[in-house]
Design a protein around this ligand. Structure first.
Ligand code: NAD
Length: 504
């Protein structure tokens, strides 16, 4: 075993070899600068492992490898059906190791403040399903034939861009990896992807499966590294033809600027402050259940978390009482490994500090704390736990109303009429998700059409499916992932004009 693998055993008993290098050309290599990333279990604050962190020089090596792979016959001439077969094979290999993957991400993210159960039921099926789904798309992409005159016609080809640079966050490391890598490969691109520095482990195990599945060297290159150095070097690299980013709106704006010099194609999936509207004709028990899950699951670390809950005034008091009861009975805080745990730790101390800061700002702005409002003491006083927090008496000038907190902090706000609810829901710079609870079909569809968001849930929250396009309005993003839209985003259209006669 090379020194770029270490033996680890997860707290729930999976022993495995953890790669620690940068994955370039199907090999693990050391970082040129000697920089590293050390990752912690956020429930215990104990170190798990240290991995290599890419410098700008390493990014250059990876991009050049991806460029060479894009031009090589082993990828360029590979029939689309064979590309699809490789993706399906990868999905099978991931499935064989799904308990290990879920365990690593639960540990590292805890991660992600994520419980093992959530990783198993949500993140892994999404990851496996996405690779399988885009494996199916690879050979189902067609151009068009367009007649223009009796002697002329044109046809279109859908072609890959070349090398795609991809940057992902920590909150669903494997699923977001799949959302980006699977469609890019299905369309025939090659990839350099940078994981988030908070969760560097599972993606390196994924790298071993890329090789095992049979992808040629250089087709998928995987780097850990810091955003300002490795991330910036990737987005600025002249051989990168397209950038796809998921993370905060602030970083997304920087990436847009750095892509501007070369007019690079971009996809940005960024932040949110998503509304959830409960009308007085809703099934109130369902509305309470979904609105609790919509803001409190994954510790509130979901880009589409429905953090602003608007409730029609005549059912407001009843809803609030039921919501508080739901928090009391369902938001069980604990470590990642207990099946009873609903809420684990925030991913890092920085994220915990950020959430606690917002909670204190909310109090000082005069909002009323209905639940939580403070940290939760983990075992031995360790761990980045925050109690599920609910604020009322909130208004639209407050920071906690306007800004994304990315933690288990929900606001409950009354409204009077349907038009008021729509106005409140749209009163944000963001536009990622929105939920509407009503038993009135006409109203549900009417409001769904009026809300400025890339996704609207009628009588649910947070549903996500690799067959369905996903993305943001306003500052929540540019472009779409998943579904056919997600595949098309990794292709460009070429028009070929054909003259069969002698006319000009
Ligand atoms: P972040 O923007 O700080 O980091 C995300 C990624 O960008 C990381 O890999 C980081 O290393 C990299 N990065 C940081 N600075 C960079 C730079 N200057 N150039 C290039 N790359 C850089 O985001 P975060 O705080 O880690 O993640 C949480 C945010 O992600 C939240 O705002 C959340 O809403 C958003 N998010 C959005 C979606 C979506 O699909 N819309 C999904 C998950 C998370």
């Amino acid at each position: 075993m090379s020194d770029l693998f270490i033996n680890l055993t997860t707290p729930n008993g999976h022993s495995y070899q953890q790669p620690t290098g940068l994955f370039i050309n199907n090999e693990f290599v050391r970082a040129s600068s000697g920089q590293t990333i050390t990752t912690l279990d956020p429930a215990t604050e104990k170190e798990i492992a240290t991995v290599e962190a890419a410098s700008a020089e390493d990014v250059d090596t990876a991009v050049r490898a991806a460029k060479a792979a894009f031009k090589a016959p082993s990828w360029k001439k590979l029939p689309a059906t064979e590309r699809g077969r490789l993706l399906v094979r990868l999905s099978e290999l991931i499935e064989e190791k799904k308990e290990l993957f879920a365990s690593i991400d639960a540990w590292d993210n805890g991660m992600i403040g994520k419980t093992y159960e959530l990783a198993m039921e949500d993140d892994l099926p999404d990851t496996i399903g996405t690779f399988r789904y885009y494996g199916g798309w690879a050979d189902k992409s067609f151009g068009q034939t367009i007649e223009t005159s009796p002697e002329k016609f044109a046809y279109t080809l859908r072609q890959p861009f070349g090398v795609v640079g991809q940057i992902i966050p920590w909150n669903f490391p494997l699923a977001i990896f799949a959302w980006k890598v699977a469609p890019a490969l299905a369309a025939g691109n090659t990839v350099v992807i940078k994981a988030a520095e908070q969760t560097p482990l599972s993606i390196l195990v994924m790298a071993t499966l890329i090789k095992k599945a049979g992808f040629p060297p250089g087709v998928v290159n995987i780097l850990n590294g810091y955003g300002r150095e490795a991330g910036a070097a990737l987005t600025e690299h002249p051989l990168i033809d397209k950038v796809s980013f998921t993370g905060s709106t602030t970083t997304g704006a920087q990436i847009m600027k750095s892509a501007a010099g070369q007019l690079k194609e971009i996809v940005l999936e960024t932040g949110g402050k998503s509304p959830l509207i409960v009308f007085n004709d809703a099934d109130i028990d369902q509305a309470v259940k979904w609105s609790h899950a919509g803001i409190m699951s994954n510790q509130g670390q979901i880009c589409t978390a429905t953090s602003r809950i608007f409730v029609q005034r005549d059912i407001y008091d009843r809803f609030l009482a039921l919501f508080k009861e739901r928090v009391r009975t369902a938001s069980i805080i604990g470590d990642q490994w207990s099946p009873n745990t609903f809420q684990g730790p925030q991913v890092t101390r920085a994220q915990y500090d950020r959430v606690m800061h917002y909670i204190n700002v909310g109090k000082s702005e005069g909002a009323t704390v209905e639940t939580g409002g403070e940290a939760f003491a983990g075992p031995d006083g360790k761990g980045f736990f925050v109690k599920p927090t609910t604020f009322t008496n909130v208004n639209s000038s407050m920071k906690i109303y306007k800004e994304e907190i990315f933690g288990p902090v929900g606001l409950i706000i009354p409204f009077d009429e349907e038009e008021d609810a729509i106005e409140l829901a749209n009163d944000t710079l963001y536009g990622l998700g929105a939920a509407v609870f009503t038993m009135n079909l006409r109203r549900g569809h009417r409001v769904a059409a009026e809300i400025e968001a890339g996704t609207v849930w009628l009588n649910s929250s947070q549903d996500s499916d690799h067959r369905i396009p996903f993305g943001g309005y306003k500052t929540s993003g540019v472009g779409r992932e998943l579904g056919q839209a997600g595949f098309d985003a990794y292709t460009q259209v070429k028009a070929v004009h054909v003259n069969m006669g002698n006319d000009l």
